[in-house]
Design a protein around this ligand. Structure first.
Ligand SMILES: NC(=[NH2+])NCCC[C@H](N)C(=O)O
Length: 368
């Protein structure tokens, strides 16, 4: 094993648990300090987004944090993960840190979308509709009686023979058609309901009755033209990709173990990956640019209310220790060069976070 040889050269044996669980070899003080810094970075990233998640939960809103900033994080995270897998000069703690913050950011993104779109719509004038639709959906028999269909008639109005001329509250399905997701309905369902709703209108009058007994009442006015795929479908796809990411973690980790088996970092004979480097630079550009929407949002609102400063403080410490973990391990140009995108990104983010944190602390007291 490469590391064993390296450790033999250093007249030391590797730290077993580190070798076993992190696939890393610590044979001198530099290695140990580098690993410790990497672990501090990992822990800081592990907790960094929790304060913001709690703030959002408490305020039932995510207005303080920019969704574009979070989406940029997730996009950067994907390139980061693949870049770490491909570039042998990156440390194992870099990969595990990337895995950890990808998961926590996906949670924060889901929460942000929920409070920004679903929760807000349902609490602003549509609460009753959402709740009623929800209840109705749950109570509705699979094959409802012909007379009632699945629409919700206005209370007090008697049901007439011609259901099409009746007035109804907007049903959950037509809400989906209008691009407004009903409460606790996933974006996947919204996206799915679009095409199926389009087909309803095409039926002839003879089979309409049949259709009406099993499907919600959809008048020609509600859906006449094929509609473009709703914007939420894009979110659905994005979420599907994001959520499936942790599921692939095992195979990624296996691939990582494979990649690091050819890692000769400690012996300074490193086979660099051009693709890994490209992905690293792409990641750095996305991460650095990703701060702009957040800073812009703060400036536009003239306040940082709703934004938990602890997130940026933890990110700051995490980025600083991340840089430390790389530099303490080795300052040989070959290794620094290969790690340049990761180093540059973390340094620039430290500077940007100093700006955001100081502004946040200056304008608002820390609330947890
Ligand atoms: N999802 C995340 N938290 N990703 C970490 C991003 C790391 C990057 N250096 C930054 O601070 O922007």
């Amino acid at each position: 094993m490469v590391y064993a040889r390296y450790c033999l050269k250093e007249k030391k044996t590797c730290v077993r648990w580190v070798e076993r669980y992190f696939d890393d070899c610590l044979c001198n003080l530099n290695d140990e300090v580098s690993f410790a810094l990497g672990i501090v970075s990992l822990i800081c990233w592990g907790v960094a987004e929790i304060p913001q998640i709690i703030t959002n939960f408490r305020t039932k809103s995510s207005h303080g944090v920019s969704l574009s900033f979070l989406l940029a994080w997730v996009a950067g995270d994907i390139f980061n993960l693949i870049g770490c897998l491909l570039e042998p000069a990156t440390l194992p703690t870099q990969f595990y840190t990337a895995l950890l913050y990808t998961v926590s950011t996906v949670v924060l993104v889901i929460q942000t979308i929920y409070y920004d779109y679903i929760y807000r719509l349902c609490t602003h004038g549509r609460t009753k509709i959402c709740q009623k639709d929800e209840e109705d959906e749950e109570k509705k028999p699979l094959n409802p009686p012909k007379t009632m269909g699945s629409a919700i008639s206005i209370p007090g109005e008697s049901y007439k023979a011609s259901p099409r001329k009746e007035f109804y509250y907007t049903s959950a399905r037509s809400l989906a058609g209008s691009g407004t997701p009903p409460l606790r309905t996933s974006y996947f369902r919204v996206a799915k309901s679009g095409p199926s709703a389009m087909t309803i209108d095409s039926g002839s009058s003879s089979d309409e009755d049949e259709t009406m007994s099993t499907l919600p009442v959809v008048t020609a006015k509600t859906i006449t033209q094929p509609r473009p795929i709703p914007r939420q479908a894009g979110f659905g796809t994005f979420l599907a990709a994001s959520v499936s990411l942790p599921l692939q973690a095992k195979s990624l980790a296996e691939k990582y173990a494979h990649a690091s088996s050819r890692r000769l970092l400690n012996e300074r004979i490193v086979e660099h990956s051009a693709l890994g480097q490209w992905l690293g630079w792409l990641m750095a550009a996305i991460y650095m640019g990703g701060r702009i929407p957040q800073i812009w949002l703060n400036i536009k609102r003239g306040s940082v209310e709703g934004l938990n400063p602890l997130m940026f403080i933890f990110a700051l410490v995490a980025n600083a220790t991340y840089v430390g973990s790389i530099l303490v391990r080795t300052i040989e140009w070959d290794s620094i060069k290969a790690n340049l995108p990761w180093l540059l990104d973390a340094i620039v983010c430290v500077l940007l976070d100093l700006f955001v944190s100081f502004k946040t602390i200056y304008t608002a007291p820390i609330k947890f």
